[in-house]
Design a protein around this ligand. Structure first.
Ligand SMILES: *Cc1c(COP(=O)(O)O)cnc(C)c1O
Length: 362
């Protein structure tokens, strides 16, 4: 008998079962081509169909305006920490950063190698458990961009309102919230995301960039790290992560046709997160670690306040097939990542399990 667990991993993470089944069906013979997608030339007509439909589905699902380029790259979100400054920090050579967690901090540190990476605010004083209030009068007026991490995967916070940056392009790492709800792309100069949280398998990084921001890279920029290279070559300057793009296409197809788009996805995600947060808010054993108004829809950290009890919970949960619930080492406790592909039933059953655990450990 095949077994499927409820997987709360922060990434790589759960994928829709329908997507995995379709990939399995098409594994040996993709639509009469007689080949697996893993085996085919990226220059073939059949593969061109896949990458084009991945892009057009992403454009449609996210309502990406036509003056934005969509790039399918490699190197993870972490490569964007360098690629963004190399390509964008070329006017005043200054950029602003808000430190809301480990990823935002890494982005700032990497950018500081290429220019002046100014920290406008930080929530490090309270283990990144909130999104700091921002005062636009403290922003760098002539910055080349303003960088945020929209959803903080490790700490479980999310921006519910965007900073007002005026003419300074807003750049956001949306690795752990892309496709979780509608986003107004036109508010941003550039968006980037590693695919392995909410879009598909690891190995693919999606960049959405306003076209006027492309073409100004620093002289030292390696060809492969210049957005212009990938714009000019339709993400095919070299071999793209072919199979990851294919799975991403299937995920987008599922989002559009099974879920009904991002408005519907948001409703489902709000319902799921609500089930877990409502329980945490009344539990005598478990509590959330984040300021309520800044809570993430995707990543939900919680603790009992007792490390031994946390460890016992994680162990017993895993034995009951609720896996990957251990929190990040910098927060401790537990974290349930409830990405798009986590069914509502998975969260309901987790809460039932938590209730029983609370009763047994009262
Ligand atoms: C996972 C994650 C990263 C790191 O992504 P890689 O693809 O492993 O480089 C960066 N930012 C955020 C917000 C993440 O969740």
């Amino acid at each position: 008998m095949m077994k499927r667990v409820y997987n709360f991993s922060a990434g790589p993470s759960v994928l829709p079962e329908q997507v995995l089944r379709r990939a399995a069906d098409e594994m040996l013979d993709y639509q009469g081509s007689g080949q697996s997608v893993m085996e085919m030339s990226h220059r073939s007509k059949v593969y061109e169909g896949i990458i084009h439909s991945a892009e057009s589905l992403l454009r449609e699902v996210m309502a990406i305006p036509s003056n934005y380029k969509v790039l399918f790259l490699q190197g993870g979100a972490s490569t964007q920490f360098a690629m963004v400054p190399m390509n964008l920090m070329t006017g005043s050579n200054k950029a602003d950063f808000v430190l809301t967690g480990q990823w935002a901090t890494k982005a700032q540190k990497e950018a500081a190698r290429y220019g002046s990476a100014n920290i406008v605010a930080s929530s490090k004083d309270k283990t990144f458990s909130y999104i700091p209030e921002l005062d636009p009068s403290t922003f760098t007026k002539d910055a080349d961009y303003f960088h945020i991490c929209l959803n903080n995967t490790i700490y479980g916070t999310k921006y519910h309102t965007l900073p007002e940056t005026g003419d300074v392009p807003l750049v956001a790492d949306i690795s752990s919230c892309i496709l979780s709800e509608p986003i107004n792309v036109s508010k941003f100069g550039l968006l980037y995301a590693g695919a392995q949280k909410n879009m598909g398998p690891a190995g693919l990084t999606v960049v959405i960039v306003r076209e006027d921001l492309v073409g100004h890279a620093m002289e030292i920029t390696p060809t492969m790290l210049n957005y212009q290279t990938h714009v000019d070559n339709g993400s095919m300057f070299n071999t793209p992560p072919c199979y990851s793009i294919y799975i991403c296409m299937l995920v987008l197809d599922w989002l559009k046709n099974e879920i009904g788009g991002l408005e519907e996805m948001k409703k489902i995600n709000e319902k799921k997160a609500g089930i877990l947060y409502d329980f945490l808010d009344q539990s005598k054993l478990f509590h959330g670690t984040v300021v309520k108004k800044d809570r993430s829809l995707m990543n939900v950290p919680f603790v009992t306040g007792n490390e031994e009890m946390d460890a016992k919970f994680v162990k017993e949960a895993a034995a009951a097939d609720f896996v990957n619930l251990k929190g990040h080492r910098s927060v401790g406790g537990m974290r349930a990542s409830i990405y798009n592909a986590m069914p509502t039933e998975g969260v309901e059953k987790l809460v039932e399990f938590m209730k029983a655990f609370e009763k047994n450990n009262a």
